[in-house]
Ligand binder design. Sequence first.
Ligand code: MRU
Length: 351
Amino acid sequence: MKVGGVSWRTVELGRDGRLVLIDQKQIPFAFATVETVDWRDTARCIVDMTVRGAGAIGATGAAGVAQAAITAPDEGFFAAVDVAVAGLRATRPTAQNLFAGIERVRRAMDGASSPAEARERAFFEARAVADDDASACKAIGEHGRALIRDGMRISTHCNAGWLAFVDWGSALSPIYAAHRDGLRLHVWVDETRPRQQGARLTAWELGQEGVPHAIVTDGVIGSIMKRGEVDLVIVGSDRIAANGDVANKVGTYALAVLAKHHGVPFYVAAPSATIDWACPNGDAIPIEERSTDEVHLVHGPDAQGALHTVRVTAPGAGARNPAFDVTPAALITGIITERGVFAPGGLQPRL
Ligand code: MRU
């Protein structure tokens, strides 16, 4: 990814355990980074969504375990690391990449002959989790690019671009690949209430990449499809069950139903770290329930640029805020992974 012409990664772990994250809470109004050294601060960055998006929190969770190893004393080393593993696992419940990243780094330390060796292994594995995320997303772009034709109008939901991963993105990676090949595209960006990841993050990313796009409020895309102005839908995923059911940002299910009704191909793009082979179907995917403040309050700058939080709902009104929903495999045309494009029922674990 390039921001203002400078190369960035969403998650960057240094040899000394210093972790640099892009502060997504400030985008699109400012571009800033946050640094952590202590895994507890890293966990807080996941909880408060300084860093969000399945691949990005997977790499951040992995880095958090490495930070715990780097700072843990020799005495009681593994007990200290396991406290961090439990704390990082408890940050967010839905994205499978988080658990996969944490588990990879913890497992890499098994059998180490000393805390010093375990620290080395943890650092290199955390870096590998981030590198694998970036290379899987690049490959998703290459496979997904084959689905895109010149002039296509593509709809997406939430943010599944490079901010949500270490680099490239999942749903946006094929779009970036096609755009770089010179294809003329237009992207319909769902606003994605309540956190507005589409309006704030996806629109900002597409702007950085020079991809033509328009933000639409979440209820609008059905009428745009009815007019025949959507050729393809590509969304990301936070967890894919073994039968091909897909959890993604709330609102995805409605988009999939609309796509089916209007005969528009509906693709899900995700690295295989998002697939939970132990999860038989979408009913077993834990869905995060977030604070209803996200429904009641919005944040943004006034005309002078000062940031404010304002209430936009009736005082005293109740709300519900499930952060994700599940799209059944039957509504999905194909799943784009780093290994190719599969029918939702055709995914196979790598042996
Ligand atoms: O709650 P978030 O912002 O962490 O949501 C995760 C997501 O980014 C989306 O659900 C996305 O569409 C797929 S994962 C990058």
